[in-house]
Design a protein around this ligand. Structure first.
Ligand code: SF4
Length: 125
């Protein structure tokens, strides 16, 4: 169970894969991250960009149904590049912008069964 200051929840991954298949979501990858992933896959960096990165040069391609191209489905979903996954993926659901964006927090709560919201008692408790 993980907890970070400033977030109204704790988190323990339940391997739903939901955070890796959010419609309209995207996974940005920096050049440093791309280099690490390519090394982990045992392919050249140029081949990595060609196979796995969209034309914008910074967003991973999607597989079926908005799934990240590296998401492996099954009884428990898994990331096939887990050891070298991008920082944004490592940080879920403790994204700094979620501290101030109520709509994003609501989306995250709806998306992820591993997020346990803090109990809020009646005012004054
Ligand atoms: S890189 Fe891995 S952790 Fe990140 S969205 Fe894709 S499957 Fe999920």
């Amino acid at each position: 169970m993980r907890r970070e200051p400033g977030f109204p929840w704790s988190f323990a991954c339940r391997r739903s894969g939901n955070c890796c298949s959010i419609p309209g979501g995207f996974v940005r990858v920096t050049n440093v991250e791309a280099t690490a992933i390519a090394r982990g896959l045992g392919i050249e960096l140029a081949a990595f960009y060609s196979r796995y990165v969209q034309g914008d040069g910074q967003t991973l391609k999607e597989g079926l149904g908005h799934r990240c191209v590296f998401l492996q489905d099954g009884r428990e979903a898994g990331c096939t590049i887990y050891e070298s996954r991008p920082q944004k993926c490592r940080d879920w659901p403790f994204w700094p912008e979620a501290r101030t964006d109520a709509k994003l927090r609501e989306l995250m709560l709806r998306t992820c069964p591993g997020i346990a919201p803090d109990a809020v008692g009646p005012a004054g408790c």
